[in-house]
Each structure stands twice: as C-alpha cells, then as structure tokens.
Design a protein around this ligand. Sequence first.
Ligand SMILES: [Zn+2]
Length: 155
Amino acid sequence: MLCPTCEHPKSDVLETRASGDGIRRRRQCQACGERFTTHERIDRKTPLIIKKDGTREPFDRDKVLAGLRIACRKRPISARHLEEAASRVETLIAAKGTAEVPAAEVGNVVLNQLKSMDLVGYLRFASVYQEVQSADDFLELLQPWVGAREGDGDG
Ligand SMILES: [Zn+2]
C-alpha cells in the first residue's frame, strides 16, 4: 500500500477496526508521516456457473434461495435460515476464487447446507439434483443420519 502523498511503500498501522463487511486500518507513512486509511474486504465477485450443457451464466443467489425454498417447502425451517444458507453458499462459491465453477459443485455446496438443516429438504434436493434412481442411492444419501450400514450380503 503506497502512501498517497509520497508513494513510500511502508506504513505503520495505528489502528485496526472491523467495519461491516471488512477491516479498516488507520496507517501512518514511515517516510513523510502522512496518515491515511485502508479498507480490506472479502472479494464478493462470484464466478460464472458452467451448466450441464456447457453454457455459462452468472451465479445467482436468488436461484439458490429459490431451490432451498422448494426443497424445504412445508418444513419447519424459517425464512431467515434459508436466507442465511443462501448467503453461505454465495460466500463459499466466491471463496473458491476461480472464474468459473461447474453447476455440480454449486449443487454440492447447497446439499451440504441442507444436510445440516433438514433431512427431508436434503433428500428432496438430492433426489432432483443428483438424479437419484434407486433405493441404494437413497440409502447412500441417508448415510449422514443412519451411520454405517449393517448386514451386507443377505440378499
Ligand atoms: Zn508518505
């Protein structure tokens, strides 16, 4: 960070403060003594999503929220929880720091959020999203709740 007055590269941090979506630092130039403020924040630029057919579209938090709402319809999950989950998905996708993310990865992030929220919502989303076709697929999805499977091979 160059001093705005003399462009000296080194400054002392006088004060650090959290502010809303980031951190503010009050600095003093080691050369000329000029005081200035810098503001660090998380880069919220979200990547493009690569869809199954190869087309790209911007990440859309509202679409994630809509998906969560459908998955948790008539479930005891508050609107606020769904909003928070959608925000977490957005943050996690942005944190990947890549220009493009396959839609499948977004789906997995959403599933992980549902996994900790609601079993029924999780299964609903997974059955649509992961194209669950057999009972075995469902049992696999249930793993986080039922633990290890028992009684192999008595078919
Ligand atoms: Zn300076």
